[in-house]
Design a protein around this ligand. Sequence first.
Ligand code: NAD
Ligand code: TYD
Length: 341
Amino acid sequence: MQRLLVTGGCGFIGSNFIRHCLSTRDNVTIINVDKLTYAGNLENLADLEGDARLLFRRGDICDRAFVQQVLADQPVDAVLNFAAESHVDRSILDSGPFVQTNIVGTQVLLDACREAGIGRYVQVSTDEVYGSLGADGLFTEQTPLAPNSPYSASKASADLLVRSYVHTFGFPAVITRCSNNYGPYQFPEKLIPLFISNALNDRPLPVYGKGENVRDWIHVLDHCRGILAAVEHGQTGEVYNFGGKCELKNIDLTRTLLRLLGKPESLIRYVTDRPGHDLRYAIDCSKAERELGWSPQVDFETGLRETIDWYRANSEWVERIQSGEYTSYYERQYGERLGDS
Ligand code: NAD
Ligand code: TYD
């Protein structure tokens, strides 16, 4: 029996990971620790309600006593840290919560895991820690860290803390760094779900700058498969890059989305660029292919069509988020208002 503790399991990638893990592995139990910030939504796991293999503990990874208690109550074999403030634009408006959760939260988890003698720790990180590329080249695991946004700086800081715990204490951690994810349950503030939701409602699509910035897109399930491979086969102290081998300029992605949605290009609005906007991300994921036996499986256009279908079929999920009504699910479920504790 493999017992996992997942932090941030009510977010986009964490909830997809939990579903993927429980549907592909026998004898796994998962404890999901989530603070339920604006980005955490219990509805993302509603289909697993009543599944005895999944336990939810609401709490903050920065709360040392809480994290220690969870690990004392439910001993686990591995900890996977997905919990984070994850949106670059929000980090530009206020970096405080990013420093708190992404750096302090990671430190608290690392200490609690060391004390509890956890055998495997996975830090879910991002390619954004490497900074920005010019027209050529790819990020490898050897690329120096050069984060440019408060978000990526906080993730790079966490990665360095993890590295230092491996080096100093022999702590059994691995770090994964993935490119831009898309797929079901992504909070509609990120590019793809925001643009799908706006286009479905004939609202403008705000493209930053000239839309020339390049991102490498990976389906969230491919990322989840990579993280699972890292838990099962990763070597202590190693970093593994994951990418979708799918580089696209934002404007080309926007046009593809509109074509698949059957909406006109007149919905495109060029708006003021993001301050410090990284030009290009592109990933060399050959180490993960070689050493973890992993490779991205989902063809981009197929994945995008399925994602569009998911957002069409789940328009109420988006509406409940946009209206703030989704937090009442917690109240119904737990008889307590979010923000009360
Ligand atoms: P998300 O914003 O959708 O979800 C984050 C989750 O963490 C939410 O459920 C939130 O409630 C929870 N959380 C936040 N602060 C917490 C705290 N202090 N204590 C406990 N829970 C807390 O994020 P996501 O897109 O699912 O990203 C998950 C992880 O993957 C993050 O670490 C992110 O940096 C990393 N990542 C994301 C991408 C991407 O494209 N989205 C790419 C690479 C890496
Ligand atoms: P985003 O989904 O925020 O991911 P990240 O900044 O972590 O890469 O943005 C993806 C790209 O889309 C990025 O180059 C910024 C751009 N973008 C827009 O042009 N308009 C938008 O409204 C958003 C949210 C992003």
